[in-house]
Ligand binder design. Structure first.
Ligand code: NDP
Length: 268
């Protein structure tokens, strides 16, 4: 891997090594990519970064964003990109880079569930979840890191789940994918640390989104009863944790798992 000359500016508007790690972004804000940013946690993250002046691209399979948020500003774009399709990921990064330059903050958030008990779980349900929640995160992170390495700066934040640590009946595929993110993130964190790039994981517990609505009220109240804080999270509360890991103040934080779970997996 080669980077720009010491103190020089490389291609794509890269900044040199003399810049402080985590230093303030160029005017116009940092370039942020949130996968799965059309609704739920991803959309809350997009709003968090937009509110702080960053330029934010979100992706989803439909390309349609739930809210009309800031459509029309030149700091927001929504791209149709299925993260399980390598050529769509390549096209999305090209579109962002052409408009704004390299991605400086990646929030790998897109995720799905295909819940069923393990004895009923088809290989297809297994693979679909692993492909989306784990392999696609490898794909987008690898692509983002290619440019971050030349910038000597960058933040990668992967959205895991409390299920990775406590398991969840009916979610063997999902829990495996989310646990896999932790080992992947920590390996990547070690590989890119010398370039002042951090790679971290946020592990939400129960968050009020479409994904949770699928659980049903009975299961929801069972789970809620186990949460020390006694409630589910708002997507905005997860966005705050993501925002912290992307901030200059978190420049010395890498390879961590930050639970946002109301204490559900405390100590694990
Ligand atoms: P939602 O279902 O509300 O949103 C998921 C997002 O991912 C949507 O934007 C969806 O858009 C997108 N997406 C799904 N598959 C793909 C794909 N193949 N390519 C591109 N985009 C895709 O989920 P949440 O907001 O609840 O979840 C976000 C993340 O947080 C997930 O990784 C989830 O596992 C994790 N999480 C959620 C918890 C919760 O309680 N809600 C708890 C712990 C973790 P579209 O369908 O248009 O593609």
């Amino acid at each position: 891997m080669t980077g720009p000359e010491e103190g020089s500016r490389g291609r794509d508007g890269d900044r040199g090594r003399d810049e402080e790690p985590g230093a303030d972004p160029a005017p116009g804000g940092r370039v942020v990519l949130v996968t799965g940013g059309s609704r739920g946690i991803g959309l809350a993250c997009a709003k968090w970064f937009l509110a702080r002046g960053d330029r934010v691209a979100v992706t989803s399979r439909t390309g349609a964003v739930e809210d009309r948020l800031d459509a029309g500003t030149d700091r927001f774009m929504s791209l149709k990109c299925d993260v399980t399709e390598p050529e769509q990921v390549t096209a999305a990064f090209s579109a962002i880079e052409e408009a704004w330059g390299p991605v400086e903050v990646l929030v790998a958030n897109a995720g799905i569930t295909r819940d069923t008990l393990v004895l009923r779980m088809s290989e297809e349900a297994w693979s679909e979840v692993i492909d989306t929640n784990l392999t696609a995160v490898f794909r987008v992170a690898k692509r983002a890191l290619t440019k971050m390495i030349r910038l000597h700066r960058g933040r990668v934040i992967m959205i895991s789940s409390v299920s990775a640590f406590i398991g969840s009946a009916g979610q063997a595929n999902y829990a495996a994918s989310k646990a896999g993110l932790v080992g992947m993130a920590r390996s990547m964190a070690r590989e890119v640390a010398s370039r002042s790039i951090t790679v971290n994981v946020v592990a939400p517990g129960l968050v009020e989104t479409n994904m949770l609505a699928a659980l049903g009220e009975v299961r929801m109240s069972e789970i809620r009863a186990q949460v020390p804080l006694g409630r589910v999270a708002r997507a905005e509360e997860v966005a705050e944790a993501v925002g912290f890991l992307a901030s200059a103040g978190a420049g010395y934080v890498t390879g961590v798992v930050l639970p946002v779970d109301g204490g559900l997996a405390m100590g694990l």
